[in-house]
Design a protein around this ligand. Sequence first.
Ligand code: 6MZ
Length: 340
Amino acid sequence: MDAFLRRLPKVELHAHLNGSVSRETIRQLLAAHPPDSPLHAEFAEFERQCSLESFSSFFGLFRFVYAVTGTKAAIRAIAKQVVLDFEADGCTYLELRSTPRCGTGDLGSKQEYVDACLAGTQDALQELAARGVAMDVKWILSLDRRHSLEAGLDTVDLAVANMHRGVVGVDLCGDPEVGGFLQLKPAFSKARAAGLKVTLHMAEIESQGQDTIDMLDFGPDRIGHGTFLSGESRDRVIRDAIPIEVCLSSNVIGMTVPSIEEHHFNHFHFQGHPCVLCTDDRGVFACSLVHEYSLVEKHFRLSHADMVQLALKSVDYIFADNETKQRVRSRIDAFKAAEA
Ligand code: 6MZ
């Protein structure tokens, strides 16, 4: 691991909770199940399928993760561990996102799911505070493209009700081949009216033309991926300077981008467009924030000073308030001063 990039205080803005659970954490959760539980065979299948054969096969993987994260205790434990994993990766500001669900184990409501996420966050932050480590963690609640408008509105209500506890935004995620933005648009309008920020997975696959235009008409605060933005859509994203959450490893392993060199980061970043390096699903893709930074440093021949600048600029695009932005900036500035 590159020691400089590890020490550099970094910002993570696109990380799915259940996709960020490491194999090690899954193994620990599995150990709590009886030896004859079918979950053990399921996990072996998960490990086998994790070498992706196509982008669409990726979404099926989550049923294996969900099989061991279906209780309040499990959600609390993974939220804690994922925050600690990011801190170990040198992340100083984290926006974690997750799709609230219920109906498995003792998860009686989506509110209980969110409570467990927030409790896990507090567990981690307390542990870090005891070690003298400062970190800020905020939450984004995700609406899955498969969801009905009713389910989407429920999630937005939950996000609004939990704004005072650190929920800063909502997201549209899920298999891009399923559903569409327009069906959930009223839920996103409601979120925006209540003061929540909006990020949308956009143009993740080639065939999302009209959906991309519908999303741009809405005007998200940030874009997830933006892999297949082209023509007028690309021009609009650049004109409106909409920040892109860039997920290099995810896109290359998920086979929507042929190589790091051909990644759209190359196009957007070098023409001064706001880009933030993110991990997406660090558990599934076995990546890390340090790894994403080192890929960029190596493949685009950037200097340490460029990497510090990239981390510092990322703070401009976080969904938290100005006070938090200042606090995070000062941690990166202190690092910069110490390294000078
Ligand atoms: C779109 C993705 C994704 O919400 O249960 N998810 N959606 N594109 C991606 N890029 C590869 N990676 C993950 O985390 C898992 C959920 O996040 C979404 C999927 O809907 C997945 O079920 P949570 O914590």
